[in-house]
Design a protein around this ligand. Structure first.
Ligand code: URA
Length: 250
C-alpha cells in the first residue's frame, strides 16, 4: 500500500528543514537511505518501507500526529507569532511541520492542549454541534453566589447577550494563597471545577465574571475523553497513546 514520495518532501513533511536545507544536508553526506548515503534529494522513497537516516538518526514517518501538551502560562496557542513563543515552538522541531493546536487556551491559561495535523479530528472536537465537554480547574478571587451551580446548569447569558449552553460547576472550597501570590481578599481564593460544552472566546472568565467573580488562575483538565497527564509539568508534552487516539475518534 506504500506510496512513493520524494526524499526531500518526506524530510520536509517530517519537519526536518526546508527543501534547500535538506538539499545541503544531502550534499554533505548527512542523509542515508537503506544504509546508502544519498546525494540527490529528488529520488523517490517508500516511507513505509525505506529506512531514512538524517545525521545517523532514523526519521520515522507518521501521516497523522497527536501530541498532548501541558501548556504553560506565557505562550500563545498559535502556530506562529511575531512577538511571543507559541505552543508549537515548545515541541522544538519534533513532529511534522503541519501541526497546529486544537482550539485555543489564553496566554495565561495552563493545561491540556492537543496538537495535531489531523484537521478532521480537530474539526469534530471543536464543532459547536458536538458539545464536547471541556473541564477546567479555576481559582477565583472571591466567593460565588450560592445559586451559581444551579444558574450555570440552566445556561446563563453573558454581559454581551450571548446565551450559553448548560454547564456543570463544582465548588471545591476556599484556599489561602501564599503571601504575595494570587491576590484576593485576604489572599483567599475559591477553587472550582467547571465543565463547559462550548469553546467561546474567554468563555470561562466571562462566565465567572457574569456571576460576579474574577478568575485568577485557569487550567484545562480534559477535552472529551482526553485527560491532562499530571505527570507532564507545564511545558512538557508526549505523543498520545493508541488508545487515547482511538477514544478521541469514536
Ligand atoms: N476559557 C477562558 O476564559 N480562557 C481559556 O483559556 C479557556 C477557556
Amino acid at each position: 500500500m506504500g506510496q512513493n514520495i520524494r526524499l526531500d518532501r518526506f524530510l520536509t513533511d517530517m519537519g526536518k528543514g526546508t527543501r534547500s536545507q535538506i538539499k545541503e544536508a544531502a550534499k554533505s553526506g548527512r542523509i542515508q537511505v537503506n544504509g546508502q548515503t544519498v546525494k540527490k534529494t529528488d529520488q523517490k522513497i517508500d516511507p513505509q518501507k525505506d529506512a531514512v537516516l538524517l545525521d545517523g538518526r532514523e526519521v520515522s514517518y507518521h501521516i497523522w500526529e497527536y501530541f498532548l501538551l501541558n501548556k504553560p502560562q506565557g505562550v500563545v496557542s498559535a502556530t506562529r507569532d511575531d512577538k511571543c513563543r507559541t505552543v508549537i515552538d515548545l515541541l522544538e522541531g519534533e513532529g511534522r511541520k503541519d501541526l497546529f493546536p486544537v482550539g485555543r487556551l489564553d496566554k495565561d491559561t495552563e493545561g491540556l492542549l492537543l496538537l495535531t495535523n489531523d484537521g478532521s479530528l480537530a474539526h469534530r472536537l471543536l464543532s459547536p454541534k458536538r458539545h464536547v465537554d471541556k473541564q477546567y480547574y479555576a481559582q477565583i478571587s472571591s466567593s460565588l453566589p450560592p445559586d451559581a451551580p444551579k444558574r450555570l446548569s440552566e445556561g446563563i447569558t453573558l454581559a454581551d447577550g450571548t446565551r450559553l449552553l448548560p454547564a456543570r460547576l463544582e465548588i471545591l472550597g476556599m484556599k489561602q494563597m501564599p503571601e504575595g501570590g494570587l491576590s484576593g481578599e485576604d489572599n483567599w481564593v475559591t477553587e472550582i471545577l467547571l465543565t463547559i460544552q462550548e469553546g467561546k472566546f474567554h468563555q470561562v472568565k466571562r462566565m465567572i465574571s457574569a456571576l460576579g467573580g474574577t478568575v485568577v488562575f485557569l487550567k484545562r483538565l480534559s477535552m472529551g475523553p482526553l485527560k491532562l497527564d499530571e505527570t507532564l509539568a507545564p511545558g512538557q508534552y508526549r505523543r498520545l497513546t493508541g488508545e487515547e487516539i482511538a477514544r478521541l475518534k469514536v
